[in-house]
Ligand binder design. Sequence first.
Ligand code: SAH
Ligand code: SF4
Ligand code: F3S
Length: 458
Amino acid sequence: MQFYIQTFGCQMNENDSRLLASLLQSNGYTEVDAPEKAGVIIINTCCVRENAENKALGYLGSIKKLYEEDRSRIIVICGCMMQQKGMAETIKSKYRYVKIIMGTFSASRLPEYIAEVSATGRSIIDVEEHYDGTELKHTCATVEEALDGDYKAQVNISYGCNNFCSYCIVPYVRGRERSRSAADILEEIQLLAEYGVKEVQLLGQNVNSYGKDLPEEQACDFAALLAQVCQVPGIQRVRYMTSHPRDFSRHLVDVIQENPKVCRHFHLPLQAGCDELLQRMNRGYTTAYYGELLSYIRSRVPDAVVTTDLIVGFPGETEEQFRQTLDFIRECRFDAAYTFIYSQRSGTPAAKMPEQIPEDVKKDRLQRLMDVQNEISLEHNRQMLGKIYEVMVEGLSKNNKSMLSGRTEGNKIVVFPAPEDEELHPGDCLKVRITGAHTWNLEGELVSSFESVCETEC
Ligand code: SAH
Ligand code: SF4
Ligand code: F3S
């Protein structure tokens, strides 16, 4: 049987989809690139903001006609959105053609569920919290399909979140924080490296609190884990996502500084540059604390690229408080920021706060925030002009097939002409001189291929 997966949401959902696909492939299913070709259509959903939910529901609506064309098609909806209170029942009653409704805890049971639905025709809902250790991961049976020749991979180091930022739905839909043992994580990364993976990204909602829940005999913190991941033969670059500033220790900064394989990219979600808002968001730090952490990072790792997440229009945000955020981002000088309009998430404390901000005010603030940040991003990128960076090739540029696209350690995208005399492959490390700077990407020219040097240097 053939299946198609449509994914919404963050890296964690993308990784889940990839692992789900490889699990199905190892059970004899074939992945196809369009829903019309598939007997099983899977929608992996996100609910972090209302527009993510709307996209998933829009997509679900759009595939109704495919079900009507062929009623043997099995429609599956899974992921974070399904884990919200009452959502499974709503989907069941409004979208009667959905056959499997599955939350974030039971994804590895999908092959079983599809077999059951095919055999009985009955629909299945499983949105319970199971902590039965059957979470998705790369295994010997699935790794080849999951990678499909790719040189980079993601590995979950923890699931869930304990932070309960007052605006955020994630802790409610992904459960309490659970760290995987370092031994399990390292085993998975060794397997990936054996299959040619050069860059690994460690995933968790708050990687900095990794290990706090591990039993004593498995004790390990994030800094120790990172150092061990760097030792895995074949791994050249290590990334991680996401950091919580409150838990980002000085010791971790030092460990990163000492391990050149850890990319010099710090994604440190700030959310707001105003202490009162930070407190009401339950973020657990002040702007002074954040500023000091940033200074320490930049003093220890002078080439650090720092990016952030920001929310505008949090309930009660005044014009004055918003301006404090603008001032603070001018001080912090981030390389880039992911900027979001606050979205009311039912069940979170912020959803019940009075003074929800009108949509037009939120939109205006978002635009002003982006204008300030874009200028800073461009200034940072212009400072790179003429300098040489190590770039890992990702593949052909999307817009111009005679160009290659790759990323610096700082996660900046560089587009450069493909050499005529040499065939380059995704994952190759090259020296590129920056010749053009834009807000979101850079242009460059190849200096020389230095794979051999890279073995020891990167
Ligand atoms: N655990 C990560 C990722 C959380 S979701 C972290 O703490 O950074 C990614 C981003 O979505 C968050 O950093 C936040 O900026 C944004 N976000 C979360 N909930 C939101 C909401 N209700 N409205 C708008 N943006 C939100
Ligand atoms: Fe959400 Fe905060 Fe947890 Fe991130 S740290 S997932 S923003 S509750
Ligand atoms: Fe969305 Fe779930 Fe990620 S809510 S942001 S897909 S953890």
